[in-house]
Design a protein around this ligand. Structure first.
Ligand code: ADP
Length: 246
């Protein structure tokens, strides 16, 4: 069953945007634990979409489905692109004791193309350098991931995502827990990527980040309870209902 708030705008994505992903009656979860219940939505191409909801509402699960790492249990999912998406996991999901340097972390983004532990080509190395420069982490290249601040680590993970050269970038809570400067830096980068032709989807419970998106999907208890323009959707009354009993 789909629950829509009465005052939610009609479930239309931002105007004039063709969908990059469309799903209908999409359900998914884990063995013995259904999480997402018959979701219908479109993710517009060349836009920044925020998946918003309280902890446990199913944002990461939906991102996993969009990334292709979690199989839907029913429903349909249609991708309009032909390259696999680049997926930037939550920082907390990446062990900080792994003995990896920033450069090695970013290089791992090329494994999909090259195969793990294979020697990178000159072109791969150029792609890695460009991504590190873009994220401003060249001076951290030889530092261990575990010694970095949250914001620096997040930038290394995003750089890894960029080296996959996908036109669909999925990020799980990229700004959560960061200081305001690091959050703004990442928000600005995501907007720039859209201008460069990337479709960006971020799961977040950072409402500032959600408000800077072009469109958002609101999740509660695995149900889609609203979708559309963040300014219209993320009103105080909607949020109070979203977070109550969450
Ligand atoms: P969010 O990203 O909004 O915090 P999640 O998608 O991570 O939500 O989780 C939704 C629900 O699925 C939660 O109740 C969580 O406990 C459950 N869940 C998440 N991952 C797993 C898993 N690997 N196995 C079983 N249940 C899980």
């Amino acid at each position: 069953m789909k629950i829509m708030f009465k005052d939610s705008p009609s479930p239309a994505p931002a105007k004039n945007r063709t969908p990059r992903i469309r799903f209908t009656e999409l359900s998914a979860g884990y063995p013995g634990r259904p999480v997402l219940h018959e979701l219908d939505a479109e993710i517009p191409a060349l836009a920044l979409t925020a998946l918003v909801g309280p902890n446990g509402s199913g944002k990461s699960t939906l991102l996993g489905v969009l990334a292709g790492v979690i199989q839907p249990t029913s429903g349909e999912l249609h991708h309009a692109g032909d390259r696999p998406p680049a997926f930037v996991p939550q920082r907390s999901a990446v062990g900080d004791t792994l003995p990896l340097t920033v450069r090695q972390t970013v290089e791992m983004g090329r494994w999909g193309e090259r195969g793990p532990w294979r020697r990178l080509t000159r072109q791969d190395r150029a792609i890695v350098e460009t991504a590190m420069e873009r994220l401003g982490i060249m001076d951290l290249a030889s530092r261990q991931l575990g010694e970095l601040s949250g914001g620096q680590r997040q930038r290394a993970l995003i750089a890894q995502g960029l080296t996959q050269e996908s036109e669909l970038l999925l990020l799980d809570e990229p700004t959560t827990g960061l200081d305001p400067e690091a959050r703004e830096r990442i928000a600005a980068l995501l907007t720039e990527l859209v201008t460069d032709g990337v479709t960006v989807v971020q799961a977040t419970h950072d409402l500032e980040a959600a408000r800077s998106a072009d469109t958002c999907l609101l999740l509660r208890d695995g149900h889609l309870v609203g979708q559309g323009n963040p300014e219209q959707l993320l009103t105080a009354s909607t949020l109070a209902r979203m977070w109550e009993s969450a």
